[in-house]
Design a protein around this ligand. Structure first.
Ligand SMILES: [Fe+2]
Ligand SMILES: [Fe+2]
Length: 136
């Protein structure tokens, strides 16, 4: 389980709400897997997570583009790599729906999300926040 921490906060409400939602979905996935044998439920939570991650990435990329963030391309690539890796793992999980596969996906998701927020997302925060405060 990922415990939300204040150091994950960007101070940008929409982004923090999205990140909290993603953390909640990853934790839901953990609970779903803990419920014996219900791989159908695990699959549905993975679907919801993939969909929400997609939505969040688009929203974040639009925000960075608007603010003129100089490493937009690198950040978009990181999101795309994640999408591809997740897609491949989900494909593997459909072919071989085992608890081990699902547990590996969860481990990867937990590590990737926290690391991405702390390292990559934090890079655009000063620019996006500065821009928001200059509009008031
Ligand atoms: Fe991001
Ligand atoms: Fe993000």
């Amino acid at each position: 389980m990922i415990q939300w921490q204040t150091r994950y906060e960007t101070g940008i409400t929409d982004i923090d709400d999205d990140h909290r939602r993603l953390v909640a979905l990853i934790n839901d996935l953990d609970s779903a897997l803990a419920q014996d044998g219900d791989m159908g439920l695990v699959g549905r939570v993975i679907d919801a997570l993939v969909e929400y991650a997609d939505y969040h990435f688009s929203r974040e990329e639009a925000l960075m583009a608007e603010a003129g963030f100089d490493d937009l391309a690198g950040h978009v690539e990181s999101h795309a790599d994640f999408g591809q890796f997740l897609g491949a793992m989900v494909g593997g999980c459909i072919l071989n729906p085992s608890r081990e596969t699902a547990a590996r996906i969860i481990d990867y998701l937990q590590e990737w999300l926290v690391d991405h927020i702390l390292v990559e997302d934090m890079k655009y925060v000063p620019l996006v926040r500065g821009r928001a405060s200059s509009l008031h």
